[in-house]
Write a protein of this length. Sequence first.
Length: 181
Amino acid sequence: MKNKIVTISNLLSSSRIVLLLPLMAVLFGTSWPHKRIYAIIIIVIGMVTDSLDGYFARKFDEVSELGKVIDPLADKICIAAIVVILALLQGIPMWYMYVVLGRDVLIFVAGLYVQQRKGIVLVSTMSGKVAVVFIALTLTFALLGNQFFAPAVELFLWISIVSMAFSVFVYAKRFFAVIRS
């Protein structure tokens, strides 16, 4: 199954990118009174597909080199799009957008370098997954756009900054270990 491209898990990973279209339509193209709630529902659907793609990849032996690339790439594209949208809507500080985007670009470029130089695809680390969870919590509370949730946005923003810094450290340590080997 390692060479198969069209699999349930790869389709689920790809669907997260497709979900960005209705998300942008809801946030920018509608004047619905509860459009942010609809946006959160779309994001939750994306989070469910993120959980299911790994499950199906293992259950149906669909783990593939392409899947190892599509899944984290879909995550990075979705997070980047939502971060940019929220920065434009002034739901998060612009500097936070730059930190999140910078981390993801750094990890992606390092991963490409390792793939080109060593011929291997590095999978996500647990610290990276934890960082994404805290980024997602920050973005979800920011998306609610209510002052009641402002303390939660602030808390998760700083927790996500710390977890991103730790994940970059872990990725960098692994990067240099792989390059030296």
